[in-house]
Design a protein around this ligand. Structure first.
Ligand code: 4AD
Ligand code: MG
Length: 480
């Protein structure tokens, strides 16, 4: 039992009273100074032991990684870097950590690559980097709820198992209780899902949007915040097979209002992190500066981590139509010199992350909201513009990340939606309930999805999405 966490203790005045603290040993110097961490902060509490007063047996067990409980008085610190320390009067070893075993793990006090840390994901949370990232992740999650709750949104829990493919992209994980070795077959020799648990084909959700729309059309403003799944075989630093998505959906909002909401929301949560994760962000900023020292001068970033975050807050996101973006890209140097992998030569091309990053990082040098995309590269539910060839879609593009938000104004006209579903081969019988919304009191409405891990990546400056979620699921990897 702890009276106070180390975070709380470090913020108090020296009391000269007895306190009890538990944590894990980070280091033990000169048989005298223990650096103790309990996960409540990136900082350690210095615990000073008079080795003359402790048995050799106990001192030997104060090793890196061991769990201990100390009691003693909290006094002003003589040393640098901390205001208070504990003069230890009693010390209990709660759980030993054998130094020979520790040496074989990432707990050993030396530099380990992020790849090595990933292989020991159950231990990496004991490192400063992962402590900082995951505390920030937790704060950001809270900020998400705070923002929406303060602004009159209802939190809606969309189903995880669904019978529909929200994005119409078909990148889904099947959910089945059938015997994979011996599934029941229908008369054509195909697996007969009528005999499956749900008596139909089901999958893990790729997005809660369609269900959220049904709630927005009754509660007005809703948001989801839950896990989503994509079986896309993308081995990149920005894709996971299981990720958390935040999806607000608002009745009576058009695309402009949707853009305003996305910008206001992102600024709120980033500001929340700046205000509530100062120590962790400072650590992560220095970590990045260290990492950048290995890069040539011209590849280093112009801004440090917190400057980048403040930059987001202080600048308007640049709103640019897809058509304008194509013109810019066509004329761009990397396009003319054939430096892009995918050369942009005509209107209608799907934008790759190299193009998105060029627009954000090289051309506009600020977050960009692209809108009014060609209808045929976007999902069936997006509202068709009067030109008949573009839809009211929007993507928010961020420096270093690329697409962080994808959203749209939804097609609220029954006939237009039905026609679109037919041409895009979306099963209208399966989605009768979605069409129903357009029959009973239809209205303009809009929403978007923000990939939570991409937000955490941006806020913490971590380069790989696998390092901002506790146990990443990617192609070929579902350990732990
Ligand atoms: O652009 P997406 O596919 O949009 C939708 O799913 C819509 N139904 C959202 C809506 O309008 N309610 O995904 C939204 C966001 C992306 O911008 C990206 O940030 C993130 O989700 N995302 C991923 N993040 C990590 N790994 C993946 N495989 C991701 N796929 C999308
Ligand atoms: Mg998208």
């Amino acid at each position: 039992m702890q009276d106070k966490t180390i975070d709380e203790l470090l913020k108090t005045e020296p009391t000269h009273h007895d306190v009890i603290v538990s944590g894990w040993v980070r280091s033990f110097r000169s048989n005298r100074f223990i650096a103790l961490n309990d996960g409540s902060t990136i900082k350690t509490l210095q615990c000073v032991v008079d080795f003359e007063n402790f048995e050799e047996e106990i001192l030997k067990k104060i090793t890196v990684g061991a769990a201990i409980e100390v009691s003693g008085i909290l006094v002003e610190s003589q040393g640098q870097g901390q205001t208070v320390e504990i003069q230890v009067s009693k010390l209990t070893i709660l759980g030993e950590a054998n130094p020979e075993d520790v040496k074989l793990t990432i707990l050993s006090p030396k530099r380990h690559s992020l790849e090595t840390l990933r292989e020991q994901a159950h231990l990496r949370i004991r490192t400063n980097t992962f402590g900082a990232v995951m505390r920030t992740r937790s704060k950001l999650a809270f900020a998400v709820h705070e923002y929406f709750q303060k602004n009159g949104f209802n939190y809606m829990h969309a189903p995880i198992i669904t019978g529909s493919d929200a994005e119409g992209a078909g990148e889904m994980f099947r959910v089945s209780a059938l015997d994979a070795k011996n599934p029941p077959l229908d008369e054509n020799g195909n697996v007969n899902y009528k005999e499956d648990f749900f008596e139909k084909e089901t999958n893990l959700t790729v997005s809660g949007q369609l269900e959220a729309e049904t709630y927005a059309m009754a509660l007005g403003k809703v948001y989801t915040f839950g896990p989503t799944f994509r079986a896309e075989n993308s081995n990149t630093s920005r894709h996971l097979a299981e990720f958390w998505m935040i999806e607000p959906e608002v009745a009576f909002n058009d695309l402009d209002a949707n853009m305003d909401l996305a910008e206001d929301f992102i600024k709120y949560v980033v500001n929340y992190a700046l205000e509530n994760c100062a120590d962790d962000l400072e650590f992560l900023e220095n970590r990045l500066l260290e990492e950048e020292k290995n890069k040539p001068q011209d590849e280093r970033s112009e801004m440090n981590l917190r400057e980048k975050l403040r930059f987001i807050l202080e600048n308007n996101f640049k709103r640019v139509s897809y058509t304008e973006a194509i013109e810019i890209l066509k004329r761009s140097k990397p396009n003319q010199k054939k430096k892009f992998k995918y050369i942009i030569d005509e209107w209608g091309a799907d934008l790759q992350s190299e193009h998105e990053r060029f627009l954000v990082e090289k051309h506009f040098k600020c977050p960009v909201i692209l809108f009014d995309y060609p209808a045929n590269i976007k999902s069936f539910y997006m509202r068709l513009n009067d030109d008949g060839k573009t839809v009211r879609a929007m993507d928010v593009l961020f420096p270093g990340i690329g697409e962080i938000v994808g959203g749209s104004q939804r097609e609220e006209r029954y006939d237009v939606l039905l026609q679109k579903m037919k041409t895009m081969n979306i099963d209208e019988k399966e989605l009768y309930w979605y069409l129903d919304l357009r029959k009973f009191g239809t209205a303009v409405h809009s929403g978007f999805g923000l990939g939570f891990e991409r937000l955490v990546q941006f806020t913490t400056g971590m380069g790989n999405i696998r390092d901002v979620i506790p146990y990443p699921r990617t192609p070929g990897n579902a350990e732990f």
